[in-house]
Design a protein around this ligand. Structure first.
Ligand code: SF4
Length: 177
């Protein structure tokens, strides 16, 4: 049997969804018997590879680096899963949206409620540029499956992965909206 090429991706999220994945504990050894982890923050790969079978994406799309990575993931993955509420709806990451424009957000965070010297981050090419609004993953790329939860329970992640490994449609949301 072909080994599954599995990627996990960390966009604008707290990493709690990855922690839930790690909560699968010894089942991860079973997973490692049939899958190769080809990209992940927990494996520290630098570039997203080609021909990925399954990409689990945590987090919303909040800046230009997230947007570029999300597009790379879509171009190079057969199945893309929005993993957790931030990827599915924006959730916690999108809480800045009601504050308005990026300039207002930065002013509030770094000046009004932050650094008393009033210094804004200003390093083009080093500090990612914030998007005007935080977006759920499906607003930027086509998403195949949605697994909500904050975070999704480890058991729900396992159920989804087991179904996908059997070639079945897993019992998670296959559409959103
Ligand atoms: Fe963290 Fe919840 Fe967002 Fe997952 S869905 S990244 S656990 S805030």
């Amino acid at each position: 049997m072909e080994r599954l090429k599995l990627a996990t991706v960390w966009l604008g999220g707290c990493s709690g969804c990855h922690m839930s994945l790690l909560d699968l504990d010894e089942w991860l050894i079973d997973l490692a018997a049939v899958a190769d982890l080809v990209y992940s923050p927990i494996a520290d790969h630098k570039t997203f590879p080609a021909a990925v079978d399954l990409a689990l994406v945590e987090g919303a799309v909040a800046n230009d680096e997230h947007l570029e990575l999300a597009r790379q993931v879509r171009r190079n993955s057969r199945l893309v899963v929005a993993l957790g509420d931030c990827a599915v709806t924006g959730n916690v990451t999108a809480m800045r949206n009601p504050l308005g424009a990026v300039a207002t957000v930065l002013q509030q965070v770094y000046v009004m409620h932050g650094d008393p010297r009033g210094v804004l981050p200003d390093a083009p090419g080093i500090v990612p540029r914030l998007l005007d609004r935080v977006l759920p993953l499906h607003a930027t790329i086509t998403v195949d499956l949605f697994l909500p939860g904050c975070p999704p329970a480890a058991s729900a992640i396992r159920t989804m992965l087991e179904a996908l490994l059997r070639g079945e449609t897993p019992p998670v949301l296959s559409r959103f909206g």
